[in-house]
Design a protein around this ligand. Structure first.
Ligand code: 5GP
Ligand code: ZN
Length: 110
């Protein structure tokens, strides 16, 4: 845990979030600034800024949770995105995987 990290605060419940999944090691919640309807973030509860900062055993569940969300949201087209560092457009320095639905034009947004 890092005291000033907004995602650690979300894990601790100090900042509210709309949670989709929670386990001992992993949390998934809706993105506050969605790129499309249902855009979510999946994070290890272990604090680390970049992918290589996270031990494997703390990361092992993250992709399967992203998959569960894709299944639960019945997504057909979607992006899984994970940014590392400012040049790669990372804004929050706690590793997170975006699950970004790509709805068709009839469904609007995105
Ligand atoms: P990045 O650019 O670091 O890959 O993405 C950070 C994401 O975190 C952005 O999509 C942004 O909307 C989201 N975000 C930033 N602050 C908060 C917050 O307080 N709550 C939630 N739910 N999402 C946040
Ligand atoms: Zn953190």
């Amino acid at each position: 845990m890092a005291a000033a990290c907004i995602f650690c605060k979300i894990i601790k419940g100090e900042i509210p979030s709309l949670k989709l999944f929670e386990s001992e090691k992993t949390l998934a919640f809706l993105d506050i600034g969605p790129l499309s309807k249902g855009h979510s973030l999946v994070i290890p509860k272990y604090h680390g800024a970049k992918l290589h900062d996270i031990p494997d055993d703390q990361l092992s569940e993250v992709l399967s949770v992203a998959k569960k969300i894709a299944v639960a949201q019945d997504l057909k087209d979607y992006n899984i995105l994970q940014n590392n560092g400012r040049l790669a457009h990372q804004e929050v320095d706690h590793v997170h995987f975006h699950v970004i639905p790509k709805p068709n034009e009839q469904e609007g947004l995105g």
